[in-house]
Write a new protein. Structure first.
Length: 244
């Protein structure tokens, strides 16, 4: 029975992605507010298509900010965009070339980084700083990859320099995927040798899958080189948020 549900959800997902490509093609003719509304609507519908409940606790702080969150699923970005469509995520460069998904990611104003290149990391820090100074919201996952859920991987703080250089507040966000009987969902995990197809099938066959999004208070940032200290502080805040 769950396999039939999964197949039905995949069919709806394919149609939803194709519909999204049509919407993205018209983005250039839309003003920024209309683009954000389109991103938010598409993201919320994506979660609905996949049978995922979105639960939001708290509210993000105002103004431009550097958003940092723990990373569990390839759906984390869609979950954030369902609430904060203006967030411009920093993503690995190869995502830009994924079939279908690459164009959708482009449409959301994504910033791309070659993770293996230190020089490119510096370029993205400057690009993120410029975006923050322009009033944008920039978002990234400091773990650098997806984790199991309850335990966080070490935080990498290079991109925090963009907030430090511009004295922009950092907005911590806690993402907790769960399902009946599991405080931390196994169906949502995308770790180890799991392929995207395997993860997708696990998600579409899940029963009662939900993501709880908890906004923590913004963290003010001073003009000084404190990346490591700030990364450890943010990690501690998110760990505490997951434990609640």
């Amino acid at each position: 029975m769950r396999s039939l549900v999964g197949l039905w959800r995949i069919l709806r997902l394919v149609l939803h992605v194709l519909r999204g490509l049509v919407v993205v093609r018209g983005f250039e003719r839309l003003h920024l507010g209309a683009r954000h509304a389109g991103v938010q609507r598409w993201s919320r519908q994506l979660l609905d298509v996949l049978g995922i409940e979105l639960i939001v606790q708290g509210e993000p702080g105002p103004g431009p900010r550097l958003l940092v969150a723990n990373h569990v699923s390839w759906l984390d970005i869609a979950a954030v965009h369902a609430v904060m469509p203006e967030a411009r995520f920093v993503s690995k460069a190869d995502v830009q070339h994924w079939p279908l998904i690459g164009k959708l990611v482009d449409g959301a104003g994504t910033l791309y980084i070659e993770r293996s290149s230190k020089r490119d990391a510096l370029r993205v820090v400057h690009q993120a700083a410029d975006a923050l100074k322009a009033g944008d919201t920039v978002a990234f996952f400091p773990e650098g990859t997806t984790g199991p859920g309850p335990e966080l991987l070490p935080f990498h703080g290079n991109l925090l320099q963009a907030a430090i250089a511009t004295a922009t507040p950092v907005q911590p966000l806690v993402l907790r995927w769960h399902e009946p009987g599991e405080r931390f969902s196994t169906a949502a995990r995308f770790i180890g040798d799991m392929t995207l197809v395997q993860s997708l099938w696990s998600v579409v066959c899940a029963r009662g899958l939900a993501v709880q999004m908890t906004w923590l208070p913004q963290v003010p940032v001073a003009h000084e080189d404190q990346r490591r200290k700030l990364a450890e502080d943010l990690r501690g805040r998110i760990v505490a948020g997951l434990a609640r």
